[in-house]
Structure formats: C-alpha cells, structure tokens
Design a protein around this ligand. Structure first.
Ligand code: FDA
Length: 394
C-alpha cells in the first residue's frame, strides 16, 4: 500500500520548498521527493554563493513567456516585499547590490536553511536521494521510487529545467508533463554566453576585456557590462540579451552609449588633430579600442587626423560603434545556461493556482513552466511566487 499524503511535491529546489512550506503551514500533509542527495543545490551556488534572492522591482515585464500576462497574477499575490519580510523575520542580513538586486550579506545557505525551517514548521517531510521510477494517475497520483510508493490527490511538478545538468538538472518535468498530455514550449538555454565564429573569432583575442555597453537582441536592450571571452561574448548585458536572441540573428552592441553616432564628426570640429584610435582609447580600454579601430579600417584610417577624414566616413564609423552587429554562431548551451526559456506551456495551467486545466490535482511551478526571468533575482521571485500560488491551492 502506498503511503498517503495530501500533496506530493517533486523537487526540493526554490519553488518546491516554497510550495511545500506554504501547503504544510495550511495544514496539508506534504511529502517532498528530491532526486539529489541534498536539497536546494542551485540556491547554494546562486549569486556567487550569496543568492540574489529577489529583485525589488520585479514586474511581469521582466519575464519571457509565450503568454507575457501569465505570471502577472502570482507575482502580484506574492511580491518581492513579501519574500523580503520573510528574510527579515529570520534575521538574515541583506543588501541591494545594483538595479534592485537583493543579496544576502552572508551566504546563500541562510536562504536554504530558512526554506527548510519553513517546511519543517509546516510539517512537510523531505526525502532526498529519491529516483522517481514512474507516476501513475487513478483516483490519486501514485509516485513510485526505488525506495517506496507514495500517493496523494495533488502532485506538484517542481523539478526545474535542464540548465546545468552537472547540478542534477533534468528534463524530467517535460517528460512528466507530456505523460499527462500537457504541451511543452521548445526549451532553449537562456542567460547564457554566446559563441563567436568566422571573422568574429578575432574578438577572442581580447578575452577578459569588459565594457559598459547597451546590448540589443530582438526588441530587448540591456545597459550593463559585456565581457569578451575565449569563446565569444558574456557579461550581464550579453546574458540578458541571450534570452531574446534567436539563432542566425544579430546581437547589436552600442560600445559608446553616452555618445551619439555623430560623435566623431563633432570631435573633428573641436579637435581635428586627434585620431579615431586615440578617441577610442580615451573612451574604452586600449585592447578593445585597438581591435575596434582596426575593424573600422575599411571606412576610415584610424591613425589619420580626424581633420583629414571625410564627415561621411566619420559618421559611418560612429554609427558602426553605436550599433556593432555580432552574429553569434551559437550559445554555450544548457551546460552554462543559468535558466531555460520555454517549458510547460502556460496555456495548460491556471495562472492563479498553477493547476493543469485538463488534469485536476496536477500542478507545475518554477523553472519547469514557460516563464523565464531576467538576470538579477527575477527567477527566484518567480519560483517563490509560483510556489506560493500552488501551495495555497493544493
Ligand atoms: P531548481 O532547479 O532550483 O530545483 C529543482 C529541483 O528538482 C532540484 O533540486 C533537482 O535536483 C530536483 N529534480 C530534478 N529532477 C528530479 C527528479 N526527476 N525527481 C526529483 N527531483 C528532481 N536566479 C535568481 O533569481 N538569482 C540568482 O542569484 C541566481 N543565480 C543562479 C546561479 C546559477 C549558477 C544558476 C544555474 C541559476 C541561478 N539562478 C538565479 C536561477 C535559479 O537558480 C532558478 O531559476 C531556480 O533555482 C529555479 O527554481 P526551481 O525550484 O524551479 O528549480
């Protein structure tokens, strides 16, 4: 006979722990089944070990999804302030780093311990090292693992997405969702470095150089740092743009966001005896300035005085610097992706409760769902908010 619970949560990550805590504190008898030997592994490595646990400005516009309105309800009902109140109740010291990103002063372990304590307060039972063999659905959901058999009228899929398989990430959520006839939006790596090939491999020579830029992909643009790497492009601006980037398309970088495209023409009037190279070296690091100067060569001579160059060439060079198009040949894939775009289609779920419309009692939350946040605490906020939405409903 299977052991009976009110709800079984699959996955002891950010969303699953939050959901189990909330459901348990509502008096539900909850079991959490986790495949790894320890819970919350991604929480522990997040934010460089300090966990960027939310973003105080998190709004639906900071999320990608086939239905951009889906996240609205859950995010409105459990806000960054709500999570911050919880953090403060536990006396966890925090600070705002930049752009509304909140981090622990101490360690990400404090966030995980807090969630585990919240689960314990709700009486939720956590079992780690549980490999799920199969899930059956009759009157209730029955989950069979190597070590046992458990059943409940409510089953929550909180097993995340396939980003960073080294951390135990799997596509299990999608397999299970498909078993129940739920549609999956094609998953792809997001918040991931982009790789360069062809002539653009030259930029690999300046691996390690970073610059404040505006990076644009599709209709989105991000004013943050870009970093050249030995494989291509990274840094927060690029990671953000990668979520919007489509294979074959360009990522445009404005290397001089504080100067307009007519900048070099203006400098020709005020300082005609300077060169484009020295102007670039003034604005950017020498290695980046030099590679860009060389790349501008077909348009102008970077070592000739601005006064001796036609306005047209200077304007064209200024425009190029404001909108330098890179054509990445790929990404560094799920192995390096912080999150996954795509997942269980939101059309299959209630935005209020995260319950599957055609399978009453089945819920999906967190990264498993086709809702993906920007870099900067937005993904955890979605995990908390969707976890609470389901935790209130099961
Ligand atoms: P999550 O992946 O956290 O949890 C899923 C759980 O399910 C895991 O414990 C996994 O082992 C388990 N599981 C998988 N398959 C299973 C199976 N078959 N059976 C049972 N259990 C199974 N976000 C943010 O907002 N701020 C930040 O600072 C960071 N930093 C960061 C750094 C790095 C390196 C990464 C990779 C990611 C981040 N993120 C982040 C993103 C954030 O970690 C992510 O959005 C959340 O962890 C998603 O929470 P979930 O609970 O949905 O999945």
């Amino acid at each position: 006979m299977p052991e009976r619970y009110d709800a079984i949560v699959l996955g002891a990550g950010a969303a699953g722990l939050m959901c189990a805590a909330r459901a348990g504190q509502r008096g539900r008898r909850v079991l959490i089944l986790e495949r790894s030997e320890t819970p919350g592994r991604k929480i522990l490595i997040s934010g460089g070990g300090r966990c960027n646990f939310t973003n105080i400005g998190a709004e639906p516009v900071h999320y990608l999804s086939q239905n951009p309105h889906f996240a609205r309800s859950a995010l409105a009902r459990y806000t960054p302030r709500d999570f911050l109140d919880l953090v403060e109740r536990y006396g966890i010291a925090w600070h705002e780093k930049t752009l509304g990103q909140l981090f622990c002063d101490g360690s990400a372990r404090q966030i995980l311990d807090m969630l585990l304590e919240e689960c314990a307060r709700g009486g939720a039972e956590l079992r780690c090292g549980e490999e799920i063999a199969h899930v059956d659905h009759g009157d209730a959901f029955t989950v069979t693992t190597r070590s046992g058999c458990y059943s409940a009228p409510a089953l929550v899929i909180a097993t995340g997405g396939p980003s960073i398989p080294k951390m135990g990430a799997t596509g299990f959520a999608y397999d299970l969702a498909r078993q129940f006839g739920l549609r999956i939006v094609e998953p792809r790596p997001a918040l991931v470095p982009l790789t360069l090939g062809g002539e653009e491999v030259l930029f690999r020579e300046i691996s390690g150089v970073s610059a404040p830029v505006v990076a644009e992909a599709g209709k989105a643009h991000f004013a943050e740092a870009a970093l050249f790497t030995h494989r291509g492009l990274s840094g927060p601006a690029i990671l953000q743009a990668s979520s919007y980037w489509k294979p074959g398309k360009a990522v445009a970088i404005d290397f001089l966001p504080d100067r307009g495209p007519g900048w070099l023409v203006e400098r020709k009037r005020t300082t005609p005896q300077t060169t484009a190279r020295s102007m670039l070296r003034e604005a950017l690091s020498v290695r980046l300035a030099d590679i860009l100067a060389e790349k501008l060569r077909p348009m102008l001579d970077p070592d000739r005085d601005l006064g001796n160059q036609p306005d047209k060439a200077l304007r064209a060079a200024g425009e190029r610097l404001s909108r330098w198009e890179f054509r990445p040949n790929g990404t560094e894939g799920f192995a390096k992706a912080e999150v996954t775009v795509g997942g269980i289609a939101t059309t299959e779920l209630s935005s209020k409760t995260m319950e599957a419309r055609k399978v009453p009692g089945l819920y999906a939350i967190g990264e498993a769902v086709d809702v993906t946040g920007w870099l900067g605490g937005y993904n955890f906020q979605w995990a908390w908010a969707s976890g609470v939405a389901a935790g209130e409903a099961v």
